[in-house]
Design a protein around this ligand. Structure first.
Ligand code: ATP
Length: 458
């Protein structure tokens, strides 16, 4: 990854180039929310499409679902979220700002202390002993640490709200678990098989967000693999590799990724690890992979009263399947891809160009159509229309050609196509490569074949 990619540069580029804007911008923004602009929505959609291709389309044993965000509240009792999906929070009594105690400790110790392993009392003790002051106002006057549930509550809008409490889902996984029987029966699926989903999740995170790394509304891409006990660890190891390979194929290099086993396992988990990425803010979780045993289906069996037993059609054995969970945030992956692609290059003439070096499959626009002069617009628009039937294209006829190239480099467009007077006679155009800046002369049909080939993701 380019060391030049600071969070500030990425945020500014994103805002200035229509990738990502602050949420509710004209009202002064709203903490930890972001809106994707015309360029950003394309990049994020491409990331999701590539994920779906790899995990669903190319995997005949995985079935996709799109479950409701609002679920029966009993789901969250069964999953344990109503009782234990919380963070340790404390308030600064002087500036009234609320913080996560574990994050304060990890920042104070520069990552040396893993606060996940500490109880609230131990965290309190650390803060006292080390006299950790408020990061905002510098005072030392804290409330006690309290657990704070991360789920957003809402209600169904009938008279008695207490009986109709609902939650915005804090993860997409439960939509896959509650549909285990439906999918298994309707698809005549045999264990092992997978259920995948991409969808929004909501968490009342109070930690300052670090751009789209941690937001209160985000998208998850999740894959639950249902298998037999005994096969679980083999699949867990396999999924670690599949997860890593997907990130490498997205163009992220090995040096920016690493596995990190969880120090402390949830009581039901047999194994858990993260794939961490070297974000501009340091090494952080990008992707989680967990062996969740048969905990989830067993809990739903208990709370719903519906049997989750699967009968093996060959051996007639009956069992509640184990689950290997793979979960990655689409927005967090977008940040990883953006920061990894960011580069600054000094040109021969001494100028610096900013380039997002995405793989072509991720880029918002595959080709930018740039007429060299305004009176070539008609021909250029005709070519743009033709290419747009194949892939997303941009069209730009304002400013010098050098400036137009720079704009495309900054949003990562892999190819820029210029239309000149020769095009009117020969039908040939010039195609410039974003990275090498080399140019070649091609017919429009050749451009289509060339670009389609370069955008393949296998
Ligand atoms: P973290 O420790 O960073 O809070 P987590 O362990 O709670 O993450 P999971 O519940 O395992 O995360 O969620 C799976 C994935 O969803 C994470 O690896 C991350 O990519 C993404 N994710 C989780 N919380 C957020 C959030 N608030 N904003 C953006 N992405 C998130």
């Amino acid at each position: 990854m380019s060391e030049k990619a600071t969070m500030e540069k990425i945020v500014n580029l994103s805002k200035g180039r229509g990738i990502i804007y602050p949420g509710s911008d004209i009202y002064g923004g709203m903490g930890n929310t972001w809106d994707y602009g015309p360029v950003g929505v394309e990049i994020k959609n491409n990331i999701k499409k590539l994920w779906w291709k790899r995990f669903v389309q190319e995997n005949p044993k995985t079935y996709g679902v799109d479950a409701a965000i609002l679920m029966n509240s009993r789901v969250w009792d069964a999953s344990g979220h109503t009782t234990s999906f919380s963070d340790p929070k404390m308030d600064c009594k002087c500036c009234k700002q609320r913080f996560r105690a574990d994050v304060i400790i990890e920042n104070h110790s520069k990552g040396q202390v893993n606060a996940d392993n500490l109880s609230n009392e131990e965290m309190q003790e650390y803060i006292q002993q080390h006299h950790v002051c408020c990061p905002k106002c510098g005072n030392f006057d804290w409330t006690a640490i309290r657990q704070f549930n991360l789920m957003f509550e809402t209600s169904r809008g009938t008279t008695d709200e207490s009986q109709n409490k609902l939650y915005l889902r804090p993860e997409t996984a439960q939509g896959e678990f509650v549909n285990f029987l439906n999918v298994q029966r309707t698809s005549r699926a045999k264990v092992p098989f997978g259920i995948a989903q991409i969808g929004k999740a909501f968490r009342n995170e109070i930690t300052p967000g670090n751009f789209i790394f941690r937001t209160i509304e985000f998208e998850q891409m999740e894959h639950q693999w249902f298998c037999k006990e005994g096969d679980d660890q083999k699949f867990y190891e396999e999924y670690k590799q599949t997860a890593l390979q997907f990130l490498l194929d997205l163009g992220i290099d090995k040096e920016s990724l690493r596995f990190k086993d969880h120090d402390k396992l949830a009581h039901y988990a047999k194994a858990a690890c993260d794939i961490q990425f070297k974000f501009p803010i340091g090494w952080q979780e990008l992707n989680g992979i967990h062996n969740r045993t048969n905990y989830d289906l067993s809990r739903h069996q208990e709370y719903s009263g519906k049997s989750m037993l699967y009968m093996d059609p060959v051996t007639n054995e009956k069992y509640v399947p184990y689950v290997i969970e793979y979960s990655i945030g689409a927005d967090r992956l977008m940040l990883a891809v953006l920061s990894h692609a960011y580069d600054e290059e000094t040109l021969e003439n001494g100028e610096t160009r900013v380039v997002l070096r995405f793989i072509p499959a991720v880029a918002a626009y595959k080709v930018a159509v740039l007429p060299l002069q305004k009176n070539l617009s008609e021909k250029a628009r005709e070519i743009y229309q033709r290419l747009s039937k194949e892939f997303m294209c941009d069209y730009d006829e304002t400013g010098s050609i050098g400036k137009r190239y720079r704009r495309q480099d900054e949003i990562g467009t892999p190819f820029s196509l210029t239309v000149d007077f020769d095009t009117l006679e020969t039908g040939k155009v010039t195609l410039r490569d974003r990275d090498t800046m080399q140019q070649q002369t091609l017919t429009v049909d050749e451009v289509i074949a060339y670009v389609n080939e370069k955008c393949k993701f296998n």
